[in-house]
Write a protein that binds this ligand. Structure first.
Ligand SMILES: [Cu+2]
Length: 187
């Protein structure tokens, strides 16, 4: 977790730096979440729906920092997944539950009036939080997202890990195959 510690230190310096004085009147929100994936059970906050691709016991860590002058930066670290494999991941609008579908659509800063949203004008990594990663030979992966907005009335509720990297072409933008696992995150 050295990466997260380093990031937190960097973020703290940025927030305390001269010139960031406006931050004192701006809300800063930090979310940290750690989960060890298990099969669904009521109350579970880290659920795997596909233990062949996200094994029970795999772990995910999310660190997200929002500040109104800086936007929202989110980091995802995973361990215990399949080695050498591409996964997609995004912040979703609803919490995890018994099925992957329960997490709802991706959280969008500017909501696409058309549902499901597969328009690259809305389904893109500037309007959504994308955390795609590829695992190393040990099954660990890391992703970072930075967007220039913060959450207001609506907040993302979870991070979903998907079967493939995220598509960007019209008609498929934002899709990344099956929903493999879900971690509740209090963004
Ligand atoms: Cu997703």
């Amino acid at each position: 977790m050295r990466l997260i510690a380093a990031f937190a230190a960097t973020a703290a310096v940025a927030l305390l730096a001269p010139g960031a004085a406006a931050a004192s009147s701006s809300p800063v929100h930090v979310a940290t979440e750690h989960g060890r994936f298990t099969a669904y059970a009521p109350g579970a906050h880290a659920v795997t729906y596909r233990p062949d691709l996200v094994p029970a016991g795999a772990r995910a860590h999310v660190f997200s920092l929002s500040a109104s002058h800086a936007g929202t930066t989110t980091m995802l670290v995973v361990t215990g997944l399949r080695p050498g494999r591409a996964y997609g991941a995004h912040a979703h609008a609803q919490p995890c539950d018994a099925t992957g579908d329960a997490a709802g659509p991706h959280f969008q800063h500017a909501p696409d009036p058309v549902k499901p949203s597969v328009d690259p004008a809305y389904a893109n990594p500037r309007n959504e939080i994308w955390l795609d990663f590829s695992t190393d030979r040990l099954g660990s992966g890391f992703a970072r997202s930075a967007v220039d907005w913060t959450f207001a009335d609506r907040r993302a509720k979870s991070v979903v890990i998907h079967e493939t990297h995220t598509h960007t072409d019209a008609g498929h933008a934002g899709t990344a195959g099956a929903r493999l696992a879900c971690l509740d995150v209090d963004f």
